[in-house]
Design a binder for this molecule. Structure first.
Ligand SMILES: [Mg+2]
Length: 171
């Protein structure tokens, strides 16, 4: 079980994914979760500091694609002003959406990184598809009960990840 939930990287947030760190891992493309990864919660827009970092990664020629389990309306509305490709209804932790993103961006699994805040969707889905994965601390505050439940189930695994010296950290 643990091997499916173990991320390549464990970070405070998206902004810790510096070009230097990404180049070091051979990453050319990033698949991005939306809620609590780029936004502070369900239905909210991108956080300003996250957007700034996104623009920087674009300038550095990284390929970016939103990959969310949310519906077309939420994901399309989120991605459009950012000028990003997107996949809605990604069905994480199925590898289906990730594999679609790889063919959309025309990149190899080994040079792609899934970035997300949830172990049982983002990290598991990325690992199943054979790409690299980055777990970030969830942005935002109060969450609905079903997310809180998932967080509680994640907790023992997060503890293990934090104690695992083979999981890379940001600066
Ligand atoms: Mg999320």
């Amino acid at each position: 079980m643990y091997k499916w939930l173990k991320p390549t990287l464990c970070l405070k947030g998206f902004e810790q994914l510096t070009p230097t760190l990404l180049h070091g891992l051979g990453i050319k493309a990033l698949l991005l979760d939306v809620d609590n990864t780029l936004s502070d919660g369900h239905g909210l827009p991108i956080a300003p500091e996250v957007q700034k970092h996104l623009e920087l990664l674009k300038e550095e020629s990284f390929l970016l694609c939103i990959l969310s389990n949310n519906g077309e309306e939420r994901v399309g509305t989120f991605a459009a002003p950012l000028g990003l490709e997107y996949i809605a209804h990604a069905k994480k932790p199925s590898s289906e959406g990730v594999l679609r993103a790889l063919s959309l961006l025309q990149v190899e699994a080994s040079e792609t990184l899934m970035v997300g805040d949830q172990l049982f969707t983002d990290i598991w889905g990325g690992n199943r598809a054979g790409i690299q994965t980055a777990l970030v601390q969830p942005r935002g505050g109060a969450e609905p009960w079903y997310i809180q439940l998932k967080r509680a189930l994640e907790r023992p695994f997060i503890k293990r990840i934090l104690a695992d010296t083979s999981v890379l950290r940001g600066e």
